[in-house]
Design a binder for this molecule. Structure first.
Ligand code: ADP
Ligand code: MG
Length: 343
């Protein structure tokens, strides 16, 4: 029997999600927002309940030869808390599902959950359930987070307005350069197991890769300053990819300036050492878990002295014109390379 077969790699991750999305319509009035934002929004009176889920697969998202398993547990929680923060909400519960093979010991599971617990305590979220099953070889960890926010406070990817200021928190590209360092040290170790990894110099970068923090502090600081972001998204797939999501969902154009994109000096130097362009690492390296958001111009004054919020550009009306203005002053189209697991 012959049948049509299309390769997933031709659609890519986002194409595949769009294809799934097209086949479903929301049946319940309580499902306020479904597929397409950092979290779904469910009606709960004055509040919205926020729901997000994320799966990490060994060999795709992490490599246990250089990832301490407790850090993996922490990071898996942080990634979900980050998606709730990106809705301008607060995570309160998680469920954790794991699939593991007999390669893993009880002690390894203890260490994974020690990391999960540390994150639960840090972000004040409760582990309320999950599922445990076996897998043929690797580890799979899937976390769902539930959070809440007042309806009027929820920030969607679709709210950016013309003339809004584009803001990012922290610095970008460090997690990706940290990953390059870890991969190189692994190679060195595989070739010569006597060699000790030389990681001290790169501690900040490796830390950004292995133990990222969700920016729940920014959600708090914005509320304190009386600023509601018009749109928000977390930067898990790289700045360029997330800027294009904002553009598409808000129907507006993006203009960002290369010299405004925050890059840590060590990430900059390390990118050069690996013959990578630092701005490309910031635009297309993933896993920074910083927040990207837009604010009304009139709100800029209220957060202009925040040490960890950077103004990198503005929103304009031509939605097909998403550009980066280079240091030389040339406008280049923003392109998302992001992560594509199906290639
Ligand atoms: P993020 O990077 O913020 O985790 P994703 O890019 O993974 O978000 O997902 C984008 C949107 O698509 C989200 O609303 C997510 O819930 C939804 N989504 C992803 N995969 C699936 C799937 N297999 N079925 C239904 N919805 C999905
Ligand atoms: Mg997200």
């Amino acid at each position: 029997m012959t049948e049509n077969r299309s390769e997933i790699s031709q659609l890519g991750e986002f194409g595949l999600i769009d294809r799934i999305h097209e086949k479903f319509t929301l049946l319940n009035p309580s499902s306020l927002t479904g597929i397409g934002d950092d979290a779904a929004v469910i009606d709960a009176g004055d509040e919205g309940i926020l729901v997000t889920t994320d799966m990490l697969v060994e060999g795709i998202h992490f490599d246990l030869s250089y990832t301490p398993i407790h850090h993996l547990g922490y990071k898996a929680v942080a990634a979900n808390v980050s998606d709730i923060a990106a809705m301008n909400g607060k995570a309160e519960q998680i469920t954790v599902s794991i699939a593991l093979s007999n390669r893993f010991s009880v002690e390894a599971v203890d260490a994974l959950y020690a990391g999960i617990k540390a994150a639960c305590e840090n972000y004040k979220v409760d582990l309320v359930g999950g599922d445990t099953t076996s897998s043929p070889s690797g580890l799979v960890i899937s976390i769902t987070a539930v959070g809440r926010a007042k309806k009027e406070d929820i920030a969607y990817r679709s709210g950016a307005q013309v003339n809004d200021i584009i803001c990012v928190t922290g610095d970008l590209g460090a997690a990706f350069t940290g990953l390059q360092v870890l991969a190189r040290e692994k190679e060195v170790f595989l070739t010569n197991p006597e060699m000790q990894p030389d990681l001290e110099k790169y501690e900040y970068l490796v830390g950004r890769q292995l133990k990222p923090e969700a920016r729940t502090d920014i959600v708090f600081d914005l509320a304190e300053a009386g600023v509601k972001p018009t749109a928000m998204i977390d930067i898990s797939d790289g700045l360029a990819s997330e800027l294009l999501h904002l553009s598409k969902n808000s129907g507006v154009g993006i203009r960002v300036y290369e010299d405004k994109v925050p890059i840590d000096h060590l990430a900059f130097e390390t990118a050069i050492e690996f013959k990578l362009d630092p701005i490309t690492c910031a635009l297309n390296g993933g896993e920074d878990y910083e927040l990207l958001f837009t604010i009304a111009k009139t709100d800029q004054e209220k957060i202009k002295n925040h040490p960890d919020i950077h103004f990198i550009g503005y929103i304009h009306e031509r939605k097909a014109e998403n550009v980066l203005i280079t240091k030389q002053g040339t406008a280049v189209p923003l392109r998302a390379q992001g992560w594509d697991h199906f290639k």
